[in-house]
Design a protein around this ligand. Sequence first.
Ligand code: ATP
Ligand code: MG
Length: 465
Amino acid sequence: MLKKLFQSFRSPLRKPQQHVRTTPEVLSSSQHSLQRSQFSRYAVNIVERLQTAGYQAYLVGGCVRDMMLGITPKDFDVATSATPEQIRAEFRNARIIGRRFKLVHIHFGREIIEVATFRANHPIDDEDEDSNQSSRNESGRILRDNVYGTLEDDAQRRDFTINALYYDPVTERVLDYANGVHDIRNRLIRLIGDPQQRYKEDPVRMLRAVRFAAKLDFGIEKHSATPIRPLAPMLRDIPSARLFEEVLKLFLSGYAEATFEMLVDLELFEPLFPASSKALEQNPTYTHTLISEALANTDLRIKQNKPVTPAFLFAALLWPALPARVLRLQERGMPPIPAMQEAAHELITEQCQRIAIPKRFTMPIREIWDMQERLPRRSGKRADLLLENPRFRAGYDFLLLRESAGEETDGLGEWWTDYQDANDSGRRDMIRDLGSKPDATGQGPRKRRRSSSGKRKRAGVDGAE
Ligand code: ATP
Ligand code: MG
């Protein structure tokens, strides 16, 4: 009750935002293509029960947007005027999660429906009375985001117009506060409110703009695109654990190749991957080809429902940044193999300051890279031992990737392809034939040469395994 009073007192003081109406445009069932039966019946039941109990409740966000575009939604989210405690009181299978901002997960076997109470943005000059701390830092970034609000507040605090559509499966009406339907029709990503201010509040929205543009094949509306380049450096202040989650969404949603192009173009790649970005400047053709090929393979595997691992992806994203470091250490007198080890260690440590890659992925990154040193050394029993190595497949795929980006390996990928296909005696012959080759004896890694023309040998790269 107190909260309600406070909200109605505070609302008129707030600066009105562009694009958000106080009364929504209401689309009846004949004015949109959505059908109740297309939505998760659990999510629809939750909305019905909350409404019956006297609360407002809607399907919202990605599921409404995707349905309007004929895309199968990843999950179904519900927004409601009921508080988490009130939601839990209605559903036995409900669990409150999150400490900073409470959400409710309602479980139906393996399906989980997320139910969130309407939220409001902190007003710009709001101070937290208890702690006397501001809810924003000096650049306007929102540090706490935990105020309940009205339905209009909830629409206003959402990022893009296309994400602020509310569907009521009972009346089959769509509430559109921010001209989201118009932007869906025109295939545009548009921030709600003043773009610069909204990016400053949460710089991750710049990454989300790119993610949705790539996934939906939408353009970023001009005023929403223009502030991105100047504000891109703000990503450096985002906690590295959050960036890890976002980067996975960027590169593991099936549209990584297009996403990468857009990140580079909008200067968002540099704050995420500073060393790789430098390699992209110094050695553009090779770096660009290697990363794009790796991402294209990942996209393909996702479309084919094959597993993908973040380790392979990060190994590829960072690999072009390695040679310059190895060289620097060698110039200081370090022998090649320790220089490679040290460079790998340094690079990963630095990268983790930006993006907190968990150890369960940094270990396999190192193993994939180590494998690149070992694959040329095949004499005696070495080749068979490598084949038994659990990282062999990833290491071999990575070798093919390097070759397809123009690295000269003297036919090593093809050799390994043949070796895997050969029978026992064929394998013995292959090892014997190596005797004449200086490189196969275990004398250390070959110096890698780059194709300056950027001409690509298309190898059957199988991507991340
Ligand atoms: P998908 O789940 O398909 O990637 P989504 O739109 O559902 O897309 P989520 O990250 O699940 O994206 O977020 C759910 C909703 O929460 C969004 O549609 C948006 O309205 C809101 N939202 C999420 N992140 C932000 C943010 N950083 N700023 C403002 N609103 C956000
Ligand atoms: Mg979602």
